[in-house]
Design a protein around this ligand. Structure first.
Ligand code: NAD
Length: 247
């Protein structure tokens, strides 16, 4: 339960694992979590040196960094054993190929999307949820997308399929966690200025705010959900989409 005078964003001393930490939203989340006093474990498929380079020496020097594919269950299990207990898990690792689903070779892209966007969150939560349940506290935040609600602004069917499933998975997982004080929620961003969307033809003038989101504007919700302010949120998907979609 949240103390009435607690800062809603404070993460002092909390150990938080962020996957996709070298990416736009993951790295912004890492910076914001660090500013709120969290101790960080950073995971990405890119080399550890590359994650460290993107985060900068001050933040990277104080963090534990792991290079691994979250779609590989064995790698995630090994990492979780090495890392030990974490209070929060924020999964911002995913891919969004822009391609032709009628093309012969498209099934290979579908497999890659399922590996990163479906198996990734399943592997991470399978590895960390039991420990959180045993300690009777924890927070899990998974990244969905506006595409999971309405099929996407520019993204493909594999991506939309994976994010719609992710939203359902958040709800399923929240039911496992809530009785043990482990709160599971999702964030469904609209278009965000990151490597995922760069050069992919997103037109900010088409959106109600006439701009895309900054990664920090998604990170803020992830921090809130790991802080005291998120203490009664469970099974919710937070739409941070600048009015691009209502449901
Ligand atoms: N950018 C957007 O417009 C947008 C919109 C809605 C939702 N999202 C979601 O937000 C999250 C973060 O996206 P982003 O925009 O920061 O993308 P990004 O491409 O900038 O970052 C994604 C990161 O995930 C890492 N990654 C990919 N597959 C991985 C794997 N199998 N194992 C470990 N790491 C892996 C990449 O190396 C990269 O650093 C994703 O879940 C994405 O689907 C993004």
């Amino acid at each position: 339960m949240t103390a009435p005078d607690a800062s809603p964003f404070d993460l002092t001393g909390r150990r938080i694992l962020i996957s996709g930490a070298a990416g736009g939203i993951g790295s912004a989340t890492a910076r914001l979590c660090a500013r709120q006093g969290a101790r960080l474990v950073l995971v990405d498929v890119v080399a550890e040196e590359e994650t460290a380079r993107r985060l900068g020496p001050a933040l990277a020097g104080a963090a534990e960094i792991h290079s691994l594919d979250t779609g590989c269950r064995q790698a995630v299990t090994r990492m979780a054993e090495a890392v030990g207990p974490v209070y929060g898990l924020i999964d911002a690792a995913a891919i969004a190929p822009f391609d032709d689903w009628m093309a012969e070779e498209w099934d290979e892209a579908l497999d890659r999307v399922i590996r990163a966007n479906v198996k990734g969150p399943i592997n991470l939560t399978r590895a960390f949820l039991p420990g959180m349940i045993a300690r009777a506290e924890g927070r899990i935040v998974l990244c969905g997308s506006v595409a999971g609600w309405m099929g996407g602004i520019r993204s493909g069917p594999h991506y939309a399929f994976s994010k719609g499933g992710l939203h359902a998975f958040v709800r399923w997982l929240s039911r496992q966690g809530a009785p043990h004080n482990v709160l599971v929620n999702g964030i469904a961003p609209g278009p965000v200025e990151t490597g995922m969307t760069a050069g992919k033809g997103y037109d900010p003038q088409l959106y109600p705010l006439k701009r895309m989101a900054k990664p920090e504007e998604i990170a803020a919700t992830a921090v809130f959900l790991c802080g005291a302010g998120g203490g009664y949120a469970s099974g919710a998907i937070f739409d941070i989409n600048g009015g691009t979609h209502f449901h």
